[in-house]
Design a protein around this ligand. Structure first.
Ligand SMILES: [Mg+2]
Length: 341
């Protein structure tokens, strides 16, 4: 459904910027900044990572506006399965980090972290398998390997019975080559494309060249629920809904996306609420026994006030909002196929 873009003034007047504390380092940060939008349908989140420019950030803004101005799709699904996430910690830290999750049935393990070696990944995956013999384990390399590193690494790691490996290498063409090389070695391991799926054209390319068995979709980077569902349809591949380390507001939008998928085969990567020390909700979206409630969380004004950023950071986010908005507006005027719903 297409709808009118609200004015920048209106967005500014209803915007709050918070900085929330994280429990562990994630993408090199121990805190997460987010701009929160209040609109007629509820709250929306705009939290592109700090280094992202206006073009990339504009899709995150489209998602935030969709969430604040559009009701979520109607669905009968009330809860969705989610995976626990294990950052690139030492084997000694595995039990403590995963102990924060309530009975994880599926665990995503970060691998290929800069500054670490394959032995670190093997030790982390082995310890996780030892502690959770019956859980589904998947690894995420965040494009951290070269093709020549990924082949032996995944050959070794696949011995621990993995559900799939997410974005082992950066390039779509190399993902396809990797799948061929693993098959030639007799390694049975599904490959998921994550970072390769950021534009509407990418999933079609991923599917066309046989680069992945499934795609990871995220509501914010793809421009919202409707845009992400469109991507899944175009790709014709299975999809895993994941978070962009969103606050409970972005997570709520992502649960609505997952609940709207034609088929939900894989546990979602939406248990990242556990990585926050605190959130903007008195009832943060945290999984219970590996399941997350679908829908919008309650939002606490007191918490938003408590975690509000200082004026300099607020101004920086307002400039960022304006630049992303300008990009979105330009796109909506020049591209007739563009909708921000
Ligand atoms: Mg990933």
């Amino acid at each position: 459904m297409e709808f009118e873009l609200p004015s920048l003034e209106e967005l500014r007047e209803n915007a709050f910027v918070v900085r929330l504390p994280l429990r562990v380092m994630f993408r090199g940060v121990v805190q997460r900044e987010a701009l929160l939008l209040q609109g007629p349908a509820g709250w929306g989140e705009f939290s592109p990572f700090l280094e992202y420019g206006p073009a990339e950030s504009s899709r995150w803004l489209a998602a935030g506006i969709e969430s604040a101005y559009q009701p979520y799709p109607q669905t009968t699904v009330t809860q969705i399965p989610v995976n626990a996430t294990l950052p690139a910690v030492t084997p000694e830290q595995v039990a403590r980090v995963l102990g924060q999750y309530d009975e994880p049935h599926t665990i995503k393990i970060k691998v290929a972290e800069a500054g670490q070696i394959l032995q670190d990944d093997i030790a982390r995956v082995a310890e996780t398998r030892r502690l959770y013999p019956d859980a589904k384990l998947r690894v995420d390399a965040n494009a951290g390997w070269t093709l020549d590193q990924a082949v032996p690494a995944l050959s070794r790691l696949s011995e621990y019975d993995l559900e799939y490996a997410e974005q082992p290498v950066p390039e779509i063409a190399d993902l396809a080559r990797l799948r061929e090389r693993l098959a030639a070695r007799g390694v049975q391991l599904k490959i998921a494309a994550d970072e390769s799926v950021r534009k509407h054209t990418d999933p079609v390319e991923v599917a066309r060249v046989g680069a992945a068995d499934l795609i990871v979709i995220k509501a914010q980077p793809l421009g919202g629920i409707a845009a992400a569902l469109d991507v899944v349809q175009q790709a014709g591949l299975d999809a895993v809904v994941s978070s962009a380390l969103d606050t409970s507001i972005g997570l709520g939008q992502a649960t609505a996306l997952a609940a709207s998928l034609p088929e939900l085969k894989y546990a979602c990567g939406l248990s990242t609420g556990t990585l926050y020390k605190d959130d903007i909700s008195e009832e943060p979206l945290i999984a219970q026994a590996g399941y997350l409630k679908v829908g919008r969380p309650s939002v606490s004004r007191a918490k938003i006030r408590h975690y509000s950023v200082e004026p300099d950071a607020y101004d920086w986010w307002m400039r960022r909002l304006a630049a992303s908005y300008a990009h979105l507006q330009e796109q909506s005027q020049t591209d007739s196929s563009f909708t921000c719903s």
